[in-house]
Design a protein around this ligand. Structure first.
Ligand code: AMP
Length: 285
């Protein structure tokens, strides 16, 4: 694996490797890697001759400075995992390499409705930060294929919109969420949970799965309120539990029984904010 810190060096390596490799696949991450990240890398390796992974904890997407400061960094372990996985190039730039003109005036992306709900509502500015870093990384790497996790459902929609806005000829592949054996969605932030919190954290995925089982056509407000109360009762500080259209994330209060649905939740266990989502399986009547 080649380790690269400078955008200009990365550019050169990819330019020389691209001819031989054919397609280039790209997996952007913030490090503290787990099997979820590795599953994206595997997907890229299956479909591309060259796979580039980046590790960059992007300051502009953290609306809470404490969250940024406490974001786990496990660089040596990450490098070993990526080596073992057979990644071709790891790009781990300094902040100045990604934002050469500083962190101000980084441009604004018109994300419309998507930015006003769920993560957009509870983390103001977060998706602008995501677009800033992903746009810059895509310009540097110029991949054919981009791999991201369904774990961050709304982020995938935002990046799809970014690709439309910028016209970059890149295909976005959304990969399934990898879970721990008890159902907890794998996340770098899980490392910050104390053992007792870790046990309780599974309630998020359990609650989302319960909504999926209970949902029937008609009013859905009661069901999402019930879910929110369940999580509060179990000691979470809940930002939201929502039932939304899987196609465009419009919140669905009254379901026609046909529209594909996704359930999404964000909640704190003490200082650690966890998110998860699940597609609601459509039942054939
Ligand atoms: P992060 O390092 O948290 O920014 O995540 C980097 C990429 O990995 C994003 O596209 C995430 O959606 C994806 N990812 C994070 N957790 C998981 C998971 N449990 N399963 C699959 N992909 C994931």
């Amino acid at each position: 694996m080649i380790l690269i810190k400078r955008a200009s060096d990365l550019h050169k390596h990819i330019a020389s490797g691209r001819k031989q490799a054919g397609n280039v696949g790209f997996v952007p991450t913030m490090g503290a890697l787990h099997e979820g990240h590795l599953s994206l890398i595997e997907a890229s390796q299956k479909e591309n001759g060259l796979t580039v992974c980046s590790i960059f904890v992007n300051p502009t997407q953290f609306n809470d400075p404490k969250d940024y400061e406490k974001y786990p960094v496990t660089m040596d372990k990450d490098i070993a995992l990526l080596e073992e996985q057979g990644v071709d190039i790891l790009f781990y730039p300094y902040v100045e390499e990604i934002y050469p003109n500083g962190l101000k005036d980084l441009g604004h992306y018109d994300l419309g409705y998507l930015e006003t709900i769920l993560e957009g509502k509870y983390r103001p500015g977060h998706f602008q930060g995501v677009c800033q870093v992903v746009h810059r990384l895509l310009e540097i790497v110029q991949p054919n294929n981009l791999y991201m996790g369904q774990k961050d459902y709304q982020q995938c929609m935002v990046v799809k919109r970014l690709l439309e806005l910028t016209g970059l000829p890149i295909e976005l592949h959304t990969c399934p969420t990898l879970r721990e054996p008890d159902g907890l969605a794998m996340s770098s932030r899980n490392m910050r949970l104390h053992p007792e919190e870790r046990q309780r954290a599974v309630e998020i995925s359990r609650t989302l799965a319960a909504i999926g089982k209970e949902v029937i056509p008609g009013d859905l407000v009661k069901l999402s309120l019930w879910a929110e109360q369940e999580l509060s009762r179990k000691g979470f500080k809940v930002d939201y539990v929502a039932i939304a259209s899987a196609l465009d994330l419009r919140l669905v209060d009254n379901w026609d029984g046909k529209e594909p649905l996704v359930t999404l939740a964000a909640a704190f266990l003490n200082e650690v904010r966890l998110i998860d989502n699940m597609l609601v399986p459509l039942r054939n009547e």
